[in-house]
Design a protein around this ligand. Structure first.
Ligand code: ZN
Length: 167
């Protein structure tokens, strides 16, 4: 077991994310902790850097500026599209994926749903937000070879909640 977090460590942690106003935006408390592969951009870069070298059991508070979090907010990236352009029902906050002209997949978010149109935005909902992370490191282990190939950790067999997608 690794003593502290380094490149290729599989890290399990609990976190609570708040904004500048102190509102809780996201938290792993009350559900399964987050497991990620360190050094593979599974989490925002500003948090990943501050976790390097920390040991299991450590608690820390990390403030991440938007540029090292979910990016600056681009006020020009919203647009309205006809509702019938969507194959199924859409709701506010839903994340969708579109392809650009070169076949690159880009995430988009639904910000409003009207009678005939849907407003979408390329900004991540947390773009432009300074992130305040309250982190408790639960467990560290070394990555398995196939996890390094995939660039993300694999959960134990039969266990849900590790956010694992094969791609
Ligand atoms: Zn995988």
């Amino acid at each position: 077991m690794p003593e502290s977090i380094a490149q290729d460590t599989v890290v399990t942690l609990h976190y609570t994310l708040t904004n500048d106003a102190g509102d809780v935006v996201d938290s792993s408390r009350g559900r399964a902790p987050l497991t990620y592969l360190h050094g593979h951009q599974n989490i925002v870069v500003g948090l990943e850097r501050e976790l390097t070298g920390k040991a299991a059991g450590a608690q820390l508070e990390v403030v991440v500026e938007p540029g090292e979090g979910y990016g600056e907010r681009d006020p020009q990236s919203g647009r309205a599209v006809p509702k019938d352009a969507f194959p199924g029902p859409v709701e506010v906050g839903m994340q969708l994926f579109a392809e650009d002209g070169e076949g690159k997949v880009i995430p988009i978010w639904v910000t409003a749903v009207g009678e005939d149109t849907v407003e979408i935005d390329l900004n991540h909902p947390l773009a432009g937000v300074r992130l305040h992370f309250d982190v408790e490191i639960v467990e560290l282990r070394d990555a398995k070879p196939e996890e390094l190939v995939h660039g993300h950790p694999h959960g134990r067999t039969g266990e849900e909640g590790h956010g694992h997608h094969h791609h």
